[in-house]
Design a protein around this ligand. Structure first.
Ligand SMILES: Nc1nc2c(ncn2[C@@H]2O[C@H](COP(=O)(O)OP(=O)(O)O)[C@@H](O)[C@H]2O)c(=O)[nH]1
Ligand SMILES: [Mg+2]
Length: 440
């Protein structure tokens, strides 16, 4: 997601930097290109227009043309505006501090409500809270079962009563929760294919009964502007407290994510990024903004790593990266650990520059195993100092690992790219740039 928008913006900024001195005219020309990139990414046209207008005002107003590095300054302005567009700062969920706190989940059919209910239950459980998953989507028998299966898979309680209306089920669930020391009641409501009056009426009644601390709307980011319109309608009808963008792991163009906050005025609180119950993230506007501008998302990556890897290793790695001392030994250690973390391509996208460096290279399990075999066939000295690896060593490593010399060359090249990337990152850090921003 956002790849094509990132690519287009990169071209615009490259041109701008190449232009040397900036004039009002080339700023305006570039921003026109920014606007068309946004529109192509399916951003709401009013939002795109407003965005470009405010960047332009700031760019021309702050005398960018006279600053030392005008191209750089414009990127900074675009970054700030993007961050603002996405909501500025992240918005936390209502704390789980009552007995019980109630989260109600709504949205269209297939948007990812039931999955989110499971994710929130798992999150609560990991925070040592006791959640209760309430099945208020009773119209499709499979829906009740789906929630039950999710609940069982993470060993949390599930609540459902046969032959009762969703409103009554919620009422019973709350009573059950009070009596059984439940910390968090999560209500999974029914969706429809379209927003309709009957659905809204039911949701209003459930809201009245449950008095939720959070009323979350799940918006499917794959549906683009529809997701934005739907969120607006739900908000007008039932006053939601936050939006959860689902399927942000998909290849949608990103328009929904970029427009929804501005159009609805509601904060995006969470991002759902996969089908697994652990695929849930706090939505961070600044991180997404830097990701869109091709600056990667090293913070998310490190956080994800910390969840899976042991802290010591991660810290050591960070230090090495910053000191530009990353070698094949670390690479090997990382690969072994990373294999535990899940789909590699999703991780790679978070490393600044890696998306580009590794583009076209499909990272699959087989490749990783081959890389590991090659690295394991190197001597310790070679791993620490890959420059030692000359023609005859390459041949030895290839034979030892059961690969071609070509495969060894390819790995060496990939490794160099990665090293270069890490070097750039460490330079950035020392230049004291704003978090995660690369202007070079
Ligand atoms: N890739 C991806 N799939 C998701 C995500 N959230 C939900 N899904 C899938 O979307 C489909 C519909 O989800 P479900 O939770 O049943 O939607 P509901 O009808 O709103 O309850 C299921 O196949 C889910 O596995 C997500 O964040 N990423
Ligand atoms: Mg459902």
């Amino acid at each position: 997601m956002f790849d094509s928008l990132s690519d287009k913006l990169e071209i615009v900024f490259k041109k701008l930097r190449g232009a040397g001195k900036l004039s009002e005219k080339n700023i305006k020309d570039s921003l026109r290109e920014v606007r068309s990139a946004l529109l192509e990414a399916d951003v709401n046209f009013k939002v795109a227009r407003q965005f470009v207008k405010s960047v332009e005002e700031k760019a021309i107003g702050t005398e960018v043309t006279k600053s030392i590095d005008p191209g750089q300054q414009i990127i900074k302005i675009v970054y700030d505006e993007l961050k603002q567009l996405l909501g500025g700062n992240s918005s936390p969920l209502a704390p789980i501090d009552k007995s019980p706190t109630v989260y109600m989940i709504c949205g269209l059919q297939g948007s990812g409500k039931t999955t989110l209910a499971g994710k929130l239950a798992l999150k609560a459980k990991r925070e040592n809270k006791k959640p209760l998953l309430v099945a208020a989507d009773i119209y499709r028998p499979a829906a009740v079962k789906q929630l039950k299966v999710l609940a069982d898979s993470i060993a949390v309680e599930h609540f459902f009563v046969e032959n009762k209306k969703p409103q009554e089920i919620c009422k019973d669930a709350l009573e059950y929760a009070r009596k059984n020391f439940i910390d968090l009641v999560i209500i999974d409501t029914a969706g429809r294919l379209h927003v309709d009056e009957e659905l809204m009426q039911e949701l209003k009644e459930i809201k009245k009964i449950a008095n939720p601390d959070e009323l979350l709307l799940v918006a499917d980011s794959m549906t683009g502007q529809d997701a934005v319109n739907i969120s607006e309608k739900f908000n007008q009808e039932i006053n939601i407290t936050g939006v959860v963008l689902s399927k942000l792991d998909g290849d949608a163009r990103g328009g929904a994510a970029l427009s929804i906050r501005q159009v609805t005025g509601c904060p995006i609180k969470l991002a759902s990024v996969g089908e697994k119950l652990s695929d849930l993230e706090v939505f961070h506007p600044e991180r997404l903004a830097s990701r869109i501008l091709g600056m990667g998302d090293i913070v998310s990556l490190v956080e994800k790593a910390e969840k899976t890897l042991d802290l010591e290793t991660t810290k050591k790695l960070q230090e090495k990266i910053m000191k530009s001392k990353f070698d094949f030994e670390d690479f090997l250690e990382q690969m072994v650990q990373i294999k535990k973390m899940g789909p590699l391509d999703s991780l790679m996208g978070m490393i600044p520059g890696a998306g580009k460096a590794l583009k076209g290279i499909k990272v699959d399990e087989k490749d990783v195993n081959r890389m590991l075999a090659i690295i394991q066939s190197m001597t310790k000295e070679e791993r620490q100092n890959p420059r030692l690896i000359d023609g005859s060593r390459k041949k030895r490593i290839a034979t030892g690992s059961g690969n071609s010399v070509q495969a060894v060359n390819q790995l060496l090249k990939q490794f160099q790219t990665m090293q270069k990337m890490f070097n750039n990152m460490s330079k950035l850090k020392f230049k004291g740039m704003p978090k995660g921003i690369s202007f070079s």
